[in-house]
Design a protein around this ligand. Structure first.
Ligand code: SF4
Length: 296
């Protein structure tokens, strides 16, 4: 888990600060409506206030988090929209504004694999030399038909090539996977897990699909009423997934974080603690450890 990684490497707890740096997304421009599940917040429901500077967002979030958690080091998580989708000068300015904050030790950058060119890799390499850094890619599924249906906007080959380039530059990559996408079955979920298990990633994030009222997925669901993944199915597939990925992968998340005020379905996903406890129980019952069923 990510907390263990931080403890091993830095000997302490390190928290993430969600930043909205005012980027856009190519999948939401020129008449494109973005990924089917994407909300108005660009999948950054808990990002900072875009009207404030990055430094102000950092200060605000440190203050907010310090009520519950004590930490003196943070990762600035560029979360909302596509955080490599801008000119190199603007990217550099925004990344370094965060890195210049005395309590920020590194960056987590959420983006799309089709928005990382060689100049961006060079900039990431420069950051990676001195700071903690990882890049998060929204993969969601290895089923190309589902990828088209959810308007992901790129094919698996693009993901594979970008991960290879980042690996060649020794930049850590995290992939996001969603269980419960429309019309997918356990077979698709297992295919996606096995696809990612052999991509030499650094980390992985698991989410259940949730429908927010402020996304196109809401209208799609009202029209098509596809089956929503239930809690037992989700607990079961995440437990299997943990067994099937390499033990070295850093697991960042085992469940998603919907905006409760906009969450339509599934209601069970709002109770994160219950989902996490159920996964831990299932792992114990089935004697699964991370990587125990991984096959190279
Ligand atoms: S790539 Fe991210 S920001 Fe862009 S439409 Fe998809 S989920 Fe939204």
């Amino acid at each position: 888990m990510l907390n263990d990684y931080f403890k091993d490497k830095y000997g302490k707890k390190i928290l993430k600060l969600s930043i909205n740096a005012g980027f856009s997304c190519p999948n939401r421009e020129n008449g494109l409506n973005g990924c089917l599940f994407c909300s108005e917040a660009g999948s950054g429901e808990f990002g900072g206030n875009v009207k404030k500077s990055i430094t102000e967002q950092i200060e605000e979030q440190i203050k907010f988090l310090s009520y519950k958690n004590k930490s003196d080091s943070y990762i600035a998580y560029f979360q909302s929209f596509t955080n490599t989708y801008d000119s190199i000068d603007n990217l550099k300015r925004k990344y370094f504004e965060a890195l210049n904050h005395e309590k920020v030790i590194g960056l987590a950058i959420a983006t799309r694999p089709d928005c990382i060119n060689n100049s961006i890799i060079n900039l990431l390499e420069e950051i990676n030399e001195k700071y903690e850094l990882w890049v998060e890619l929204g993969f969601q599924t290895s089923n190309e038909n589902t990828a088209k249906l959810i308007r992901r906007g790129y094919i698996n080959e693009v993901f594979k090539n970008t991960v290879n380039k980042l690996n060649n530059s020794k930049i850590k990559t995290v992939a996001h996977l969603i269980f419960g996408l429309p019309y997918e079955s356990e077979k698709d979920w297992l295919n996606s897990i096995n696809y990612l298990a052999n991509k030499n990633l650094w980390g992985i994030k698991f989410h259940s699909l949730y429908i927010q009222k402020n996304s196109d997925l809401y209208d799609f669901y009202l029209k098509n009423k596809f089956k929503i993944i239930d809690k037992e199915e989700y607990i079961s597939i995440v437990s299997k997934a943990l067994g099937l990925i390499p033990k070295e992968y850093v697991v960042h998340r085992v469940t998603g974080d919907a905006d409760k005020t906009e969450l339509f379905l599934p209601k069970w996903s709002a109770d994160k603690l219950s989902v996490i406890c159920s996964i831990q129980k299932k792992l114990k019952e089935d004697s699964i450890l991370q990587g125990s069923n991984y096959i190279e």
